[in-house]
Design a protein around this ligand. Structure first.
Ligand SMILES: Cc1cc2nc3c(=O)[nH]c(=O)nc-3n(C[C@H](O)[C@H](O)[C@H](O)COP(=O)(O)O)c2cc1C
Length: 202
C-alpha cells in the first residue's frame, strides 16, 4: 500500500498532527506492506512564472523539466500513485498554512488534474481516501467554536475539484490549553483515527 504523508507543520516530526499520522502508519504497518512517501510541505516553493503562464499555453511552449512545472509534475505523480493520503496540518489564520496552499497550487493544475469545460471544472484524478488531520490553538468547530473555519470547507472544495471526494477530517482543537489536556486530545484522536482505519480497511 502506497501512502502519501504531507506534513505541513513548522514543528515537523514534533507536531501534534504528525503524531497522529505516525499512529496511523504504525497501525497500517501491521496490516500491509507500506511504501511511504513523506513530503515536508514546509520546504515547497511558491509557483513560478513558467507555471502560471503554462496554464494558458501548450506544454510545448515551456520547459517542463525545470522550476515549478517539474515540481508540480513530481507532486502530481506522487499523489496519483498513493492509495491513501494523510495531510497533517495546523490551522493558520483560520485557514490552511501557506505551505499547504503551495502544495495545492502545484497539484490542482488545469489540464493535468482537472479540465476546464464549458460547464465547469472536470476532475481528472481517481478518488482515494484522504485523511486530513488538523490542529488548532483554539476551537473552530461545534458549539464552543469562537473563530471562523476557512480550512475544512476550502479543503473539501479544492480536493473535490481534482476528484478527491473521500475526505475525512480529524481535529485536535484547543492546543493552547494545558499540556495534559492536549496530550489527552491527541491520544483521543489517535484512537478514533485508528478505529476508523480498522473498519475502513477490514
Ligand atoms: C502563524 C500561525 C497562525 C495560527 N493561526 C491560528 C488560528 O487562526 N486559529 C487557531 O486556533 N490557532 C492558530 N494557530 C495555532 C496553531 O494552529 C496551533 O498551535 C496548532 O496546534 C499547531 O499544530 P502542530 O502541532 O500540528 O504544528 C496559529 C499558529 C501560527 C504559528
Amino acid at each position: 500500500m502506497k501512502i502519501l504523508v504531507i506534513n505541513c507543520s513548522p514543528q515537523q516530526l514534533a507536531s501534534s498532527t504528525y503524531s497522529v499520522a505516525q499512529a496511523m502508519i504504525d497501525q497500517l504497518t501491521d496490516l500491509h506492506e507500506l511504501n511511504i512517501d513523506m513530503l515536508d510541505a514546509t520546504g515547497l516553493p511558491h509557483i513560478d512564472s513558467d507555471y502560471a503562464n503554462s496554464l494558458c499555453a501548450a506544454d510545448s511552449a515551456h520547459d517542463l523539466n525545470k522550476g515549478s512545472l517539474a515540481i508540480s509534475d513530481r507532486l502530481i505523480r506522487s499523489l496519483e500513485r498513493a492509495d491513501l493520503v494523510i495531510i497533517a496540518s495546523p490551522m493558520h489564520n483560520y485557514s490552511v498554512p501557506s505551505c499547504l496552499k503551495s502544495w495545492l497550487d502545484h497539484v490542482v493544475r488545469a489540464g493535468k488534474t482537472f479540465n476546464i469545460t464549458a460547464t465547469g471544472k472536470q476532475a481528472l484524478l481517481a478518488d482515494k481516501p484522504v485523511y486530513v488531520l488538523v490542529s488548532s490553538g483554539g476551537v473552530f468547530s461545534g458549539e464552543a467554536a469562537y473563530q471562523p473555519d476557512f480550512f475544512t470547507p476550502y479543503i473539501k472544495a479544492i480536493l473535490a475539484t481534482i476528484g478527491l471526494n473521500s475526505v475525512l477530517f480529524f481535529t485536535i482543537e484547543g492546543t493552547a490549553n494545558r499540556t495534559d489536556l492536549v496530550q489527552q486530545k491527541i491520544a483521543d484522536v489517535q484512537r478514533r483515527v485508528c478505529e476508523h482505519l480498522a473498519t475502513a480497511l477490514a
